[in-house]
Write a protein that binds this ligand. Structure first.
Ligand code: HEM
Length: 219
């Protein structure tokens, strides 16, 4: 079974992308500016997703109407994500928060099964949109252009760290399962690859473990 130490992975990625304590301080400092315009930011994301048929379909009812209730709920979820991002820290909780979001997109609920997964490329594209939208707000609201650039760079790194975990739900742990060893066709044992759990199971285990410990983050 594969074990992922998600906080360690995030710490490694933070080091790799060069996300420092100074970056974290800049992100925190920008919190009030971004939160003051959170409604506008989250609406912009969903207006964007609604512009393209390939993404808009995830917010339509089976009859093809815009699912306003769902859309409004999603705006709230995204605002919560923004708040958590401003409070970002690499602890046991943050990866779990992201993994839960990841699974929702990669593994649709039964009710939404007919839509299939949100394609991973749109998760990447939405992150790109979020980076640009955040940079625009910062440049409109902050006086010092150098500070705008530094803060925007800090956000870009932070969002890439998050994207790594958000895409985890899409990863197949063993894309090519092991086949039998040559000359062992008569063995009745299961090839090792066939026992490999899918990433979904791995994530479910993590989330279950977290719930059992009573440490799930959320509101
Ligand atoms: C940066 C990328 C994205 C982030 C951070 C994000 C964030 C979230 C969050 C926080 C939720 C609520 C999860 C929950 O119920 O606990 C959610 C749900 C959802 N998101 Fe996203 N999202 C992203 C991209 C997308 C894209 C690209 C699409 C579709 C094209 C999409 C479609 C949905 C749908 C349909 C749900 C509801 C799932 C359900 O209730 O079954 N999201 N998202």
């Amino acid at each position: 079974m594969t074990i992922f130490d998600w906080p360690a992975r995030m710490a490694q990625m933070a080091e790799f992308v060069g996300f420092t304590d100074d970056d974290l301080a800049l992100v925190r400092e920008s919190g009030p500016i971004l939160l003051a315009r959170a409604d506008e930011l989250t609406s912009a994301v969903y207006e964007y997703l609604m512009k393209f048929p390939a993404t808009a379909r995830f917010f339509l009812t089976p009859e093809g109407d815009v699912d306003e209730i769902r859309l409004e709920r999603r705006k709230h979820s995204l605002a919560r994500w923004l708040t958590h991002s401003i409070d970002f820290r690499i602890d046991e909780q943050f990866p779990v928060f992201l993994l839960a979001i990841s699974v929702v997109h990669s593994n649709p609920s039964l009710e939404r099964g007919y839509l299939g997964s949100v394609p991973a490329r749109f998760m990447i594209g939405t992150m790109s949109f979020a980076q640009t939208a955040i940079a625009s707000v910062l440049s409109e609201e902050m006086a010092d252009p150098v500070r705008v650039l530094q803060t925007s760079m800090a956000w870009n790194k932070l969002l890439m760290l998050q994207l790594d975990v958000l895409l985890a739900g899409y990863v197949n742990e063993t894309p090519v399962p092991a086949t039998e060893m040559p000359g062992q066709n008569d063995s009745d044992g299961t090839p090792e690859g066939a026992e490999a759990e899918g990433m979904r199971q791995v994530l479910t285990n993590i989330l279950d473990g977290n719930r059992e410990n009573g440490t799930a983050q959320g509101e």
